[in-house]
Ligand binder design. Sequence first.
Ligand code: ADP
Ligand code: ZN
Ligand code: ZN
Length: 767
Amino acid sequence: MYCQVIVDIVHENVAQAFTYRIPDGMVLQRGQRVLVPFRSGTLEGIVLSLSDTADFDPNRIRPVIRPLEDYPAILPPLMELAEEMAKEAHCPLAETLRLMIPAQMRGGRVRVREEEWAEITAAQEDVRAAMEGERRSAKRREILRMLLEKSPRRVSEIRDAVIDPRDALKALEKAGLIRVTRQESLRTPDGGMGGGNAEWMPLTPEQQEVMEEILPALQKGTGRFLLYGVTGSGKTEVFLNAVRRVLDMGRSAVILVPEIALTPQMVSWFQARFGAVAAVLHSRLSPGERYDEWRRIRRGDARVVIGARSAVFAPVEDLGLVVVDEEHESTYTSDHHPRYDAREVALSRCQRERATLILASATPSILSYARAGRGDYMLLEMPVRVQDRPMPEVQLVDMRRELESGNRSVFSRELAAALDGCLRRGEQAMLMINRRGYHSFVSCRACGHVVKCPNCDVSLTCHVSTGQEAARGEESLLRCHYCGHTQEVPARCPSCGSPYIRYFGAGTQKVEEEVRRLFPGTETARMDIDTTSGKDGHARILERFRSGAARVLIGTQMIAKGLDFPKVTLVGIVAADLTLNLPDYRARERTFQLLTQAAGRAGRGRQPGRVIIQTYKPEDPVLSLAAKQDYRAFFEVEFRRRRQALYPPFTAMMRLLIESPGGETAERTAGELEKQIRGVLEANPAWKKKVLLFSSELPGIRMLRGLERRQILIKALVGAETDALRGLMAGMAEASEKTEQAGKTEKRETGRADCRVTFEYNPTSMI
Ligand code: ADP
Ligand code: ZN
Ligand code: ZN
């Protein structure tokens, strides 16, 4: 017997499978991890297939050394998925297979943790007699006494009571009274945050209707749904009910949330209803926890998996349901190689494994809603909040007026007054700033000079020291969010020498300071990248707010979505238009989603909610539609705009990003590539009709990490994109002297060493 193995290294020279002999007595299956000899050393690999014969000299085929586990780490449908993804992304199978198992499992960096247990093996009376007869050793007597009380018992527990019990245990074992065994012990993450409700509540009529559509699909293992339910319409309760049915049928479910910040709440809700059957999988778990959760799922002990993007690869057998909550979030697409879109992967898994897919959002992505319109998804709607709770009242405040009337604070008078009222009534508030530290750049009041990163074409962000850091004499620092460069705030303007250089605008820290200054003694909690490092960072901060210990939660977009805090009656959006002007065709969609979602955090409980959106551009229709929380109107406007401007979903896009230390080289390469593309298109008239080429231009950020950047955008009319764009890419690869599969995205290096060109199909970011 032979097997074909994909070895775990990514290199074009080993992109194929290697044949190994299976030694007598060894049983292997497809998807199983094995250790194999490779060149002069050994490598881990995954069994791709088995065969009776080898296609070359059997004497030269080396044997498998050993299996790494006695079960296939990668289940058959996930093997197929990895193969499909590799084919689509034009990348080696070894790379997509890596997505299917925790990284630390590779190379044996994480192991099963074992614990010693002692248990009584003789009859109770014999043990009791032995204990009473034991004269020589107090240790042995104590151990027997403990085991008579409780058996089996952890040896670590015995060790707490008896110093160095090893010899005593051995002696007792030898006397045939007890047995000591090593057993696996699971490292279980504490992923929840409290506040889960164990009770099943009667469904609202809207929830009931939606369930009636979903249930038959669950039964049949079919159904692709887009659940469009306004904020506070009770989508989670729908998920919980659907999962209950799936579990009753003996099947499993995967619940995806867009980011780690939302796992604690979801985990609490699911654990409250389903207990230990729910597992959590995300990148912040310790390697041991991740490995153990993964195995708990693989063994079928955990049948509900909650996690961020990569949990879509969870090794559940008999998948019955995948839920993608907040499906509009861009975090569902990964920007690491190999790139994937968790929504597409979920769809593919559901098709292959006969499971139901539910995409859910209060602000569905334009793409998904358009697909629902075409009939690809069945649209389910929950247009009202549970128990007739009103949608929050939203008000736009023109910050230009505030400035004109002399208010330089980050809070408008309306927001300050509303916050005051909210706190006086004993309610809670959330304040959102679009981006961490965004706009808290340092600028010169005299000449307007902005302190920029020396490596990137972006302004540096000011991180004000917190109380403790300041007490230690640590100064404020300027930091680049792209490359990590830090420097001190200059005392004088580097451009004009003026001493009036200072930081400006509203970062999360600034807003927190302002709240504390205006409302002394108010407990605040701040959630941004700075405060959520560490494994339970998010859960800790959220729990402080949920329990009421903090009255005001300040944060970046992290706090805008998904969270359900019924005592919040006020949401303030400190600067609404920051994302509106990003050079990305999705900027309007993202801004609408963010504002609608943030507004949706208010008034989820018995008290009605109020939302104040501060902006410098109140006349923008995106803002007024978000204020009305009118998704459908926004969709119509945006859909039309995309059709006119030829953006997705009407076209597929490809971006060529050119990066080089020298601006001239970047420019020249861009020009050459453009010529090449035109050449390929000329040679393929069929594509030429479908492909629109945009000449090289400056991307949103001209320089990044010391590299000059240029981009070429190519669009193709939908329907033709797979052929035309992929064909074009292949044609270009042939045309360039040297092609190489390397690095992060779908990357092909041009002939020059000093210039890098990245091909991105449907780019996640346009900056
Ligand atoms: P969404 O995700 O749609 O924004 P949630 O699922 O967070 O909304 O639900 C909003 C609130 O309504 C939650 O506090 C939830 O406990 C409550 N809720 C949901 N369904 C019901 C129901 N059937 N009866 C009473 N309260 C409900
Ligand atoms: Zn200056
Ligand atoms: Zn930088």
